[in-house]
Write a protein that binds this ligand. Structure first.
Ligand SMILES: [Zn+2]
Length: 351
């Protein structure tokens, strides 16, 4: 059974800001205005990491409190955030135009721009049900992706099932035409990223209401230093390893405590290359985030540099310092305008 979501994780002021910061930063370059760099905390060396975090805060890495959301929030929480965002955003905000577009742009699949400033033509929807997956939070209409990602999820569902994971509960993928969202997620704009729950799929089909409201499992202990032994299962490692070994995966974001557990479990194993793809981040304690490389041959799509060499386990310590666990909230994130996106994206939304 899924655990109840601890209220303190996202219903209190400071902690809420903290979690929202954690949610936003890994999807963005750090700072948000610099494209193509490694995300926060990925630089080698504590000094650079600290600098990165400070610059991120100053540069507006934090989303606005109103506009941010948690991937696992239920339908009424999401609806409230969405209404507040619509009240707040300017008319030409890209979040508004892409967030209110309910259908895909008919075209061959095409990812345009960068993970945090881009859009998607030719999006296709992941069917709500497959033998080894179920789409969660269907009322959000975010189960759209590039055909390459939709095929990837279907393949991973089979692979993960073969590795002992009951099945995928699929969270947010992208909007029908990608682009920035009204709530949550600095990235997820190209249709080549997906959030997959860390809750095992139940052995029955969930109703639409259950999919919109069922709480997710928090894998991280209350102090943030490690996984919660009551929630962590050996199958979690199998799922994450299967995902990280899958062709086409550029990065997988998990909470730093989860990476710590994976490093511990894989200690002494010779083949640890898969751990390199698994990047520590804030948040990501209820789901993990899969980021694919740009689809082959799509020149309008911008990859980010690969993670540095090594499994990344020795560099984890910073994530458990007070500075990392309690970053100061910064100013609200400035809304993206359509003009901030590649011109081909503006053509996908009508004004
Ligand atoms: Zn995500």
């Amino acid at each position: 059974m899924p655990q109840a979501v601890p209220v303190k994780v996202f219903n209190t002021g400071f902690v809420s800001d903290f979690v929202q910061y954690r949610q936003s930063c890994p999807g963005q370059s750090c700072p948000g205005k610099v494209r193509g760099r490694r995300s926060c905390g990925e630089r080698a060396g504590a000094a650079l990491v600290v600098l990165c975090a400070l610059v991120a805060i100053l540069a507006g890495c934090l989303p606005g409190v109103i506009g941010a959301a948690q991937a696992q929030e239920n339908a009424s929480q999401e609806a409230g955030r969405r209404r507040a965002a619509l009240d707040r955003l300017p008319e030409d905000a890209a979040q508004r135009l892409f967030g209110l577009t309910a259908s895909p742009a008919p075209a061959p699949g095409r990812a345009i721009g960068s993970y945090t400033r881009g859009c998607l033509a030719g999006g296709v929807a992941l069917p709500p049900d497959g033998a080894n997956w179920q789409v969660m939070r269907p009322s959000r209409n975010r189960a759209w992706g590039h055909p390459a990602l939709i095929e990837f999820i279907q393949r991973l569902a089979v692979t993960a099932h073969g590795a002992g994971w009951p099945g995928l509960l699929v969270g947010d993928i992208a909007q029908p035409r990608g682009g920035p969202m009204l709530t949550g997620h600095a990235s997820h704009q190209l249709g080549i990223e997906a959030d997959l729950w860390l809750t095992p799929m139940p052995d029955r089909r969930l109703s639409a209401a259950e999919r919109d409201d069922m709480p997710a499992t928090n894998l991280v202990a209350a102090n943030g230093d490690d996984v919660d032994p009551a929630a962590w299962r050996s199958q979690h490692r199998k799922l994450l390893e299967a995902a990280a070994r899958s062709p086409g995966v550029a990065r997988i974001f998990v909470n730093a405590a989860i990476k710590r557990a994976l490093c511990r479990e894989a200690a002494g194993e010779r083949d640890r290359e898969w751990l390199r793809r698994i990047r520590p981040s804030w948040g990501h304690n209820f789901h993990f985030h899969v980021r694919l490389y740009c689809p082959r041959g799509e020149s309008e799509c911008q990859n980010q540099p690969d993670p540095g060499p090594g499994d990344g386990c020795a560099e984890l310590a910073w994530w458990f310092t007070d500075e990392a666990k309690h970053p100061k909230p910064g100013p609200p994130r400035k809304p993206l305008r359509v003009a901030d996106l590649p011109p081909a994206c503006a053509a996908l939304v009508s004004r």
